[in-house]
Design a protein around this ligand. Sequence first.
Ligand code: HEM
Length: 211
Amino acid sequence: MAFNPTPTQLKGIKAAIFSLALVPLARMVWLTVSGQLVEPLEFITRGTGSWALYFLCITLTVTPLRRLSKMNWLIKLRRMFGLYAFFYAFLHFTTFLWFDHFFDVAGMFRDVAKRPFILVGFTAFVLLIPLAVTSTNAMVKRLGGKRWIWLHRLIYLIAPLGILHFWWMRAGKSNFTEPFIFGAIVAVLLGARVYWSWAGSKSRAAQTSGG
Ligand code: HEM
């Protein structure tokens, strides 16, 4: 039988994930302040970008995993994973704005426009903002379930943009292994959703015409 935590266990699982998700940030801060890094700016920009991507992939894994394992409670973790994706993307962006441009927003926009791989990352980040803002229960109610689902389909655009950003950045170094692996992961995760939604509407259509 599938594991189904009690409310207390679920609280414990959530607290553990919440704390573990802060470990990469704590590590980056520690390595920087203890002077162990040769290139702290590069390390933090890359670290926060990588973790934004990992959390994006984890968030996308929740629905297929829940469906395959029949552990419906997993859905209760999705919001936290999504917010952590946004949190690390926000830190990634802030590092770029702070260390690369010393908060010169106009200069940052000029840089963004000149370097297409940054423009793609920036677009993915901007699109994540409405998803983060509407992640609360109150916003789901306010928008209405259907509109909320439509808005959150932006993830179908955000995840490939994140991959394209990564791919483009690595293209300068002809190092495609990781972008390829993450691209394949995102393709499978999004492909599974598209397949299930297509199969669902096909079986609903068959039921309607049959009955
Ligand atoms: C959802 C949004 C984003 C994701 C998932 C993402 C992800 C990534 C990843 C995975 C890397 C490569 C890390 C590595 O090589 O290990 C990266 C690099 C980079 N990203 Fe992003 N990014 C996002 C948004 C942004 C934004 C908004 C900016 C700036 C406006 C940005 C600027 C950069 C820069 C400058 C690098 C290169 C760092 C270097 O060469 O050292 N990214 N990003």
